[in-house]
Design a protein around this ligand. Structure first.
Ligand code: HEM
Ligand code: HEM
Length: 176
C-alpha cells in the first residue's frame, strides 16, 4: 500500500465533491431562473443525486477492501476515532439522502426524468408518504451542509495546523 489513496478512490472522492456542488446548486439556484427552466434544474438535481448514490456505494465497497493509507505523523488514537466516525456519517448520509429522494419522487406518482430518460413512478400517488420523505430529505440535506463544512475544515486543519499528509493523500498525483 502506498502513502496515498488509490487513483480510483481519489477520482471518485473529487467527482462526488463536484456532483454534491451540482445537486445543491440546482436546488438553491432554481428559484432565480424563470419557471420554465424548473424541469431542467430538477433533472440536474436528481441526476447528480443518483450519481452520488452509485459512487458512494462503490467507494464504500472499495474502502472496505482497501484500508486508508497511513497518516504521517500519526494522529492521536482519539483523533483517528473521530475521523472514522465522521467518515461513517458522511457515507451513511450521502447514501440515505439520495435513497430518500428516490422514494419521495417515486411516491409522488408523477413522471420525472433523470439523465434525459423518463423514470418509473408509482401508479398511484401516496402524498402523505411523499411529504414525510420530503421533510426527511430537506432535514438531511441541511445537515449535509454542516457535515461537509466540518469535513473540509478538518482536512484543512490537518494540512495547515497539524501539518500532516492527510490532505495530500487525497490529492491527484502529479504527472512525472
Ligand atoms: C446527495 C444527494 C442529494 C442532495 C445533497 C440533495 C439535496 C436537496 C436539497 C438541498 C433540496 C432542497 C430542499 C429545500 O427545499 O430546502 C432537495 C430537494 C429535492 N430533492 Fe434532493 N438531494 C439529493 C438527492 C436527490 C435524489 C437522488 C432525488 C430523486 C431522485 C432527489 C429529489 C429531490 C426533489 C424532488 C426535491 C424537491 C422537493 C420539493 O421542493 O418539492 N434528491 N434536495
Ligand atoms: C472541500 C471539500 C473537501 C475536502 C478538502 C476533502 C478532503 C478529504 C480528505 C483529506 C480526506 C482523507 C481523510 C482521511 O483519510 O482521514 C477525505 C476523505 C473522505 N471524504 Fe472528503 N473532502 C471534501 C469534500 C468531500 C465531500 C463533498 C464528500 C462526500 C459527500 C467527501 C467524502 C469523504 C469520505 C467519505 C472520506 C473518507 C474516505 C475513506 O473512506 O477513508 N469529502 N476527504
Amino acid at each position: 500500500m502506498g502513502n496515498k489513496y488509490s487513483g480510483l478512490q481519489i477520482g471518485i472522492h473529487w467527482l462526488v465533491f463536484l456532483l454534491v456542488i451540482g445537486a445543491y446548486c440546482a436546488m438553491e439556484l432554481r428559484g432565480f431562473a424563470p419557471r420554465s427552466y424548473r424541469p431542467w434544474f430538477n433533472m440536474v438535481h436528481v441526476s447528480c443525486g443518483i450519481s452520488i448514490l452509485v459512487l458512494m456505494v462503490t467507494r464504500l465497497l472499495v474502502r472496505l477492501k482497501y484500508p486508508a493509507p497511513p497518516i504521517v505523523p500519526k494522529p492521536k488514537p482519539m483523533m483517528t476515532g473521530f475521523a472514522h466516525l465522521g467518515h461513517l456519517v458522511i457515507y451513511l448520509l450521502f447514501i440515505v439522502l439520495p435513497v430518500i429522494g428516490l422514494l419521495m419522487i417515486y411516491n409522488r406518482g408523477n413522471p420525472w426524468m433523470a439523465f434525459g430518460i423518463v423514470m418509473p413512478h408509482a401508479a398511484e400517488a401516496n402524498f402523505d408518504l411523499a411529504d414525510a420523505l420530503k421533510s426527511w430529505h430537506v432535514t438531511l440535506a441541511n445537515l449535509g451542509y454542516f457535515v461537509i463544512a466540518l469535513h473540509a475544515a478538518a482536512a484543512l486543519m490537518h494540512h495547515y495546523f497539524w501539518k500532516d499528509n492527510t490532505l495530500l493523500r487525497m490529492m491527484p498525483r502529479k504527472r512525472s
